[in-house]
Design a protein around this ligand. Structure first.
Ligand code: GDP
Length: 703
């Protein structure tokens, strides 16, 4: 039947990992006792090793879930004894003093403000000398609090113990023989939850400290009867061998000696239970029959939980199974697909159009700087309208101007600006992907995605902009324009001007609406003009000499005319600028549409806008070509490869799970799936027990 307990202990561990609720708990033995009752000594005697924290001030601060696993000797050879902390991942620990040290550290890690922690330490011990048992070691009850212990410690320990001594657990109440049982906190706590003593075993320690007859009376249990009885033990080395050699083996010898020398009282005929061996057997029997009788109930409970989990899994996920790995693979697929979809925005024609728009802005800046601010520019329109004027006879003034304009454009850093424009586009693209689902749940991954895409870009920007700059170099010296190019440039320039005209008109309309109509705006403009006039006069007077009081000049009443609030005056100034701009734009637009400009590229001096638009087109075309080769091709090749090698595939198993669980929907899915799987596994194990041993299903028939 050893096998049964072992199986049930495994099932108990699985159940604990599924759920902490009482419904799914198989019994364990809970060890309680007051401090110094000999609790640790008893546990160590059962295990056959010293492994619990010692020391004057050492109070157990966390429960220890101690699982003992019997490893049978093979071919007469003893298997290695070792301990394991499954949740700490320290591996096999064969040195028991190391286990002791780890437990001490874990204890000390509980902050003193917290006093005790409810979080149990999971410890498994494998040995041929231990039976299959689960024991829970709890902090000892405090009877006389010492000064340096927090006030609340006593209550906290008591309530912690209360949580554990509930059904279906078995209570191992440790009491010292030399202390009146009436004062034993362990027995008192047990009696509160188990008044008939049906699931409490008494352990009487330090039997050597009272006369044998008195010990026998305690063990007979007449005063405080317990259904499962009392076991008497001696767990302390006799002392004769010196303090150093305090191993469990020596302790056991002391016990054998003691009960041997009092054979007439504790001998086999007395029916009293004494000795650590007896205690071990008793615990095994009690645990086994307790587990067996819980079996039926737990099977039902697991069945119910399983049905619920299966139902939920069907309803919520249509039985679709996922793994953390499949989620990672799916995420990578989604990422690549989205990337591919977005890259269609970066085909050559799109790039060319974007660059042209940027260059058009530059063209407008150049025109503003060189032509619109030039008082002579209206002359160009007249020249263009005059059929007698020959293209070759236009003044050199306009030739120099056009050369200057063209050179401003070609030397404006097109290589750098166009490369950065496209790189910015790519950056924005990656940012959009990284800030969308499912990366909203994976901020660290999104960060990495952004980091390595920036890195690829950084690598290429320098090379690309140099290459582009190099390839547009010829345009800095000579630009040849054919008829087709000219017509395209002219049309685009005209469109650009129409757009600009539209924008200026829109602005004027807004201002008109804001100040309250066109009459009001005209009045404001009139006011501004007078202001400007007086301003000019003032300046002229000041220049003439300081014969007047300067303060009088500053306090000009018209400047603060209450009918014209400063905000509106500012609007009127803007309106004047816009209408000046409109004037020149309309004039130039008329030229661009004129017969002369339509006639072809030899009219470039009279139609600088068309010429510059052609230049912009050539620059855009060449830039787009080399940006495509040097930047985009590299990026589109490199990015998916970086995803493979850097983003997720270098994660280890725990990191993959961690990643998947960052997504709450996936976490819920995995949790439910895992719960269902575990319950199925437990159910399978429980069923196999029932078919193997039909008798355990009806424990009442045993004995
Ligand atoms: P705990 O505080 O309940 O864990 O008690 P310990 O196991 O640390 O024991 C408290 C003290 O009682 C220690 O000094 C032990 O050496 C001593 N002790 C434990 N068991 C026995 C025993 O059977 N006989 C004697 N004489 N002393 C014991």
């Amino acid at each position: 039947l050893m096998h049964l307990t072992r199986k049930l202990i495994e099932i108990r561990t699985m159940l604990l990992s599924i759920d902490q609720s009482d419904a799914l708990k198989l019994p364990s033995i809970v060890v309680i006792g007051s401090q110094s009752s000999g609790k640790s000594s008893v546990l160590e005697a059962i295990v056959g090793h010293e492994f619990l924290p010692k020391g004057n001030n050492m109070v157990t601060r966390r429960p220890i879930e101690l699982t003992l696993i019997h490893t049978p000797s093979q071919n007469g050879r003893e298997p290695e004894e070792y301990g394991e902390f499954p949740t700490l991942g320290l591996g096999k620990i064969t040195d028991f003093s190391q286990i002791q040290k780890t437990l001490t550290d874990l204890n000390l890690a509980v902050p003193s403000t917290e006093a005790v922690s409810n979080d149990p330490i999971d410890l498994r011990i494998y040995s041929s000398r231990v039976p299959d048992l689960t024991l829970i070691d709890l902090p000892g009850y405090i009877q006389i609090p010492s000064l340096d212990q927090p006030e609340t410690l006593k209550e906290k320990i008591a309530s912690l113990c209360d949580r554990y001594i509930r059904e279906p657990n078995i209570i191992l109440a440790v009491c010292a023989a030399d202390v009146d049982l009436a004062n034993s906190p362990a027995l008192r706590a047990s009696r509160r939850v188990d008044p008939l003593g049906l699931r409490t075993i008494g352990v009487i320690t330090k039997m050597d400290l009272v006369p044998a007859e008195q010990g026998a009376v305690i063990l007979s249990g007449n005063r405080y009867p317990l259904h499962l009885g009392y076991v008497g033990v001696v767990c302390k080395p006799s002392g004769k061998n010196g303090k150093k050699d305090s191993t469990a083996l020596v302790a056991q010898r002391a016990e054998t000696d003691y009960f041997g020398s009092n054979r007439e009282i504790f001998g086999t005929s007395s029916s009293l239970m004494v000795g650590t061996d007896t205690l071990r057997k008793r615990l095994m029997d009690v645990l086994e029959s307790s587990m067996a009788s819980s079996l039926h109930g737990i099977t039902n409970a697991v069945q119910l939980e399983l049905e619920e989990a299966q139902y939920q899994f069907k309803v919520q996920y249509n039985d679709r199974r996922i793994t953390a790995e499949s989620y990672v693979a799916e995420t990578v697929d989604v990422l690549k697909a989205r990337f591919k979809e977005f890259t269609t925005q970066f085909r050559k024609p799109q790039i060319r159009a974007k660059l042209k728009a940027m260059l058009d802005d530059k063209v407008m800046d150049v025109l503003e700087q060189l032509y619109w601010s030039d008082k002579r520019t209206p002359e160009l329109t007249n020249l263009a309208a005059d059929p007698k004027v020959k293209a070759e006879e236009v003044e050199p003034y306009w030739r120099y101007k056009l050369e200057a304009a063209s050179s401003l454009l070609t030397k404006s850093g097109v290589g750098r600006d166009s490369t950065l424009l496209v790189a910015d586009g790519l950056r924005a693209l990656i940012d959009t992907i990284a800030s969308g689902e499912p990366f909203t749940y994976h901020p660290r991954t999104a960060e990495r995605l952004i980091q390595f895409s920036h890195m690829i870009l950084r690598d290429r920007i320098g090379v690309t902009s140099d290459q582009v700059e190099n390839c547009i170099k010829p345009y800095k010296y000579e630009i040849e324009v054919d008829d087709r190019e000219w017509e395209v440039g002219r049309t685009e320039a005209a469109q650009l001007f129409e757009k600009e005209v539209g924008m200026c008109e829109e602005k004027l309309k807004e201002i008109r609406k804001k100040v309250g109509g066109s009459r009001r705006l005209n009045a404001l403009i009139g006011h501004v003009k007078t202001l400007e006039q007086t301003e000019r006069e003032k300046r002229a007077k000041l220049l003439k000499g300081p014969d007047e009081n300067p303060e009088a000049i500053i306090e000009e009443p018209t400047a603060n005319d209450y009918r014209f609030p400063p905000g509106h005056v500012l609007d009127a100034r803007h309106a004047m600028l816009y209408s000046d701009r409109l004037g020149i734009l309309r004039l130039r637009l008329a030229s661009l549409k004129s017969k002369r400009c339509r006639a072809g590229p030899n009219n470039d001096l009279l139609c600088p806008e068309a010429f510059l638009s052609v230049v912009a087109n050539k620059l855009a075309y060449t830039s787009a070509m080399f940006i495509n080769i040097e930047l985009l091709d590299h990026f589109f090749y490199q990015f998916p490869r970086e995803i493979d090698s850097r983003l997720l595939y270098d994660l280890d198993r725990t990191e993959i799970v961690e990643f998947a669980r960052e997504n709450p929907a996936i976490r819920r899915h995995l949790d439910l799936q895992e719960r269902k799987d575990k319950l199925e596994e437990v159910m399978k194990q429980l069923n196999s027990l029932a078919t193997l041993r039909p008798e355990v299903v009806q424990p009442t028939q045993r004995r």
